[in-house]
Design a protein around this ligand. Structure first.
Ligand SMILES: Cc1ncc(COP(=O)(O)O)c(C=O)c1O
Length: 294
């Protein structure tokens, strides 16, 4: 298959995206125009909830709802059990970050172009625990410099957390090179892939990341209010979420509880299933077109 799109394919893709009829919309880094397939998936499910009731709609459509985990997993080359669905990327990222343990003197290594909300979380943990935030120097082109990162590693580095594609500008950080360094030193690696998913091929095995958070509404063209977390199985099994409810855990009697074995240990019981299904539809559309081609 050729990498380029034919004129008729472009016409077809534009016809699937009704917002393109009346404007030139370049704000995918904010929230992209949704396709008719995504919108009808959301609206049809909402109508079903209105028609038969929210709990009944979920019971009826449970296979499709479960299928969204599979769609995200296929997008990332992960296992569905390693995926948690969230209401945005920030919450997904926070689930991963605040589940890490930090002590005074520990170090978090991050980039000069880190997403501001992530950096605020580092500041909060630094204030609470005495953890130190260290910035990985840039190379001549403004990307984080893997050689400089390698030179910064010592036994106090507790987490490497970077943004792959920062929100503003065209910078693409060398995420897989960071993964090789993190893995070689056994340091947990949290990747913010918010502006990458839907725009770049994302393969968590090839990236070597232990945790990855992303949103649905940007280059994936899903609905607003959607996001997801990937956490590698080996890390997941020893990670206690910062907060739990009776979806992520089960009261086992007395003072004991059991965490779910999969990444849904981070989730809570109530969710916007219409939006989730819309996310699943958007991912399937992107996969059908082919991420490398996109
Ligand atoms: C790099 C990056 N990380 C995280 C986020 C937060 O995503 P969300 O708004 O889905 O929480 C954004 C949103 O602009 C982003 O650009």
């Amino acid at each position: 298959m050729t990498d380029s799109f034919s004129a008729s394919e472009i016409n077809h893709l534009r016809a699937m995206t009704p917002g393109t009829r009346h404007r030139v919309h370049l704000n995918n880094a904010g929230a992209a125009l949704m396709t008719t397939g995504v919108v009808s998936t959301v609206v049809d499910y909402l109508n079903l909830e209105a028609d038969i009731g929210g709990y009944e709609a979920k019971a009826q459509e449970i296979d499709r709802i479960e299928g969204v985990y599979g769609s995200v997993a296929r997008l990332l080359n992960a296992d569905p059990g390693e995926i948690a669905l969230a209401e945005n990327a920030t919450v997904a990222w926070q689930w991963a970050f605040y589940a890490q343990r930090f002590e005074a003197g520990d170090r978090i290594l991050t980039t000069t172009a880190e997403y501001a909300a992530n950096y605020l979380s580092y500041l909060q943990i630094a204030k609470r625990t005495g953890t130190v935030i260290d910035l990985i120097p840039d190379d001549a082109e403004g990307r984080l410099d893997p050689w400089a990162l390698e030179a910064m590693i010592d036994e106090r580095v507790r987490l490497i957390a970077i943004t792959w594609v920062p929100t503003n500008g065209g910078l693409v950080n060398p995420a897989a090179e960071v993964g090789r360094i993190a893995n070689a030193h056994g340091i947990p690696y949290l990747l913010d892939a918010c502006q990458a998913v839907g725009q770049l091929p994302v393969d968590v095995a090839q990236l070597g990341c232990d945790m990855l958070a992303a949103t649905g509404r940007k280059f994936l063209r899903g609905p607003r209010g959607t996001g997801f977390l990937y956490m590698k199985r080996a890390l997941l099994e020893r990670t206690e979420p910062a907060m739990i409810d009776m979806y992520g855990a089960t009261w086992a009697g007395g003072d004991r509880y059991d965490l779910r074995r999969d990444a849904r240990r981070f989730e809570t019981w109530e969710s916007n299933y219409a939006a989730r299904l819309g996310l699943g539809a958007a991912i399937e559309e992107a996969l059908a077109i082919g991420i490398p081609r996109i």
